[in-house]
Design a protein around this ligand. Structure first.
Ligand code: SAH
Length: 342
């Protein structure tokens, strides 16, 4: 709590400490993950999200399985070793359709695959893992039960947490995280979020500021604070030294320099958007998304320059979390990973 609310000099010490821990535990490298936003259809109605099903102003799209695989192959040619397949909760992508996409990408691109497609039954998670998926990203958004229920009508925090448990049990690297600055969220509640992330021993932890979307019920609220988001990133680095922590696109949307700052206070992952340009404007979870008008190569090159500009380099290898390595070696905690393939 004190770390979240501390004065300016404490804040500077916190961010510097997180930068040192990132360097010693994870190295002076940044992992690139190419994200493909393959469908904006969604059956959920999250109050904060522009893709919520009640928003009739969205032009809905679905990439075809072939387009998704091609986008992944193109990403691997840019040098990316991980692709993230993200979408709204879209049942058109059945167990088998998505499993087919995963195995073709594995065959053709040889990249690690992260899925981020929301809450699904355990048997689907298993089928996708069997097809070759490596990681799963499912943010719990807030650890406050009541706030969660308010923000995600018809959903319960415990169900989302159960999904994380299943995913872990199935051998996925598991990512989760929060939105900073949801209405009614307190610093106490954010402190609880970090403790939950630590308790879950997630491999990846993410914190991005809330950005209001005009076509949602939260459209007239103020955005979450970039400054607070940076502090949360720094605290996550101290509490989860083994984790991969992204410099979130939402932070980049609040200001062009914030992602670089995040990489100097604990973050070690960046996610260039490799969705084909024609679909990007319609994946508007929040407005003004950083990079939404670029071609994949432009996004990749711009973020590469950003990383080089702050004295870091793009990592080789798949970028597994430090927790996994620790499991593999049975060795001491928090061994920095050696960037080798599995
Ligand atoms: N449908 C998937 C993927 C969600 S989109 C799922 O439910 O897991 C990815 C993330 O975008 C969400 O987890 C949420 O944290 C973030 N997000 C959505 N709307 C946002 C907004 N208005 N401001 C900031 N982050 C937002």
């Amino acid at each position: 709590m004190r770390m979240l609310s501390g004065a300016a000099d404490e804040r500077d010490r916190l961010l510097a400490a997180a930068d040192r821990v990132r360097s010693s535990e994870r190295g002076d490298v940044v992992h690139f993950r190419g994200i493909i936003e393959f469908s904006n259809h969604c059956q959920q109605d999250c109050l904060y999200c522009g893709l919520r099903r009640s928003n009739t102003r969205v032009r809905r799209y679905r990439m075809t399985p072939e387009e998704i695989v091609e986008a992944a192959v193109a990403g691997s040619r840019l040098g990316l070793r991980t692709v993230v397949l993200q979408s709204g909760e879209d049942p058109w992508f059945t167990t088998d359709v998505l499993a087919g996409i995963i195995s073709s990408i594995k065959h053709r691109a040889g990249v690690a695959i992260t899925l981020s497609v929301g809450v699904r039954p355990k048997r689907e998670y298993r089928a996708w893992r069997d097809a070759g998926a490596d990681r799963y990203l499912l943010k719990f958004e807030t650890s406050d039960d009541a706030l969660f229920a308010l923000m995600k009508p018809g959903c319960a925090l415990k169900d989302r947490l159960r999904c994380l448990e299943w995913l872990r049990g199935l051998g996925y690297e598991v990512g989760s995280g929060i939105i900073v600055g949801l209405p009614g969220q307190t610093l106490d509640s954010i402190a609880g979020d970090v403790l939950l992330l630590r308790g879950l021993e997630v491999d990846m932890a993410s914190a991005g500021p809330f950005i209001p979307h005009g076509d949602t019920p939260l459209g007239s609220l103020p955005a979450g604070s970039a400054e607070l988001s940076l502090k949360v990133i720094a605290i996550m680095r101290l509490y989860l030294p083994w984790a991969n922590i992204p410099a979130t696109t939402a932070l980049g949307t609040l200001g062009p320099l914030y992602r670089a700052e995040a990489l100097r206070c604990g973050a070690n992952v960046i996610m260039p958007n490799i969705t084909p340009q024609r679909y990007r404007p319609d994946y508007e979870i929040y407005p003004g998304k950083a990079g939404s008008t670029e071609e994949p190569r432009e996004s990749f090159n711009r973020l590469n320059r950003l990383v080089a500009g702050i004295g870091l380099t793009m990592a080789g290898g798949y970028g597994w979390s430090g927790r996994r390595r620790e499991e593999k070696t049975g060795g001491a905690r928090y061994v920095p990973e050696d960037y080798q393939d599995r």
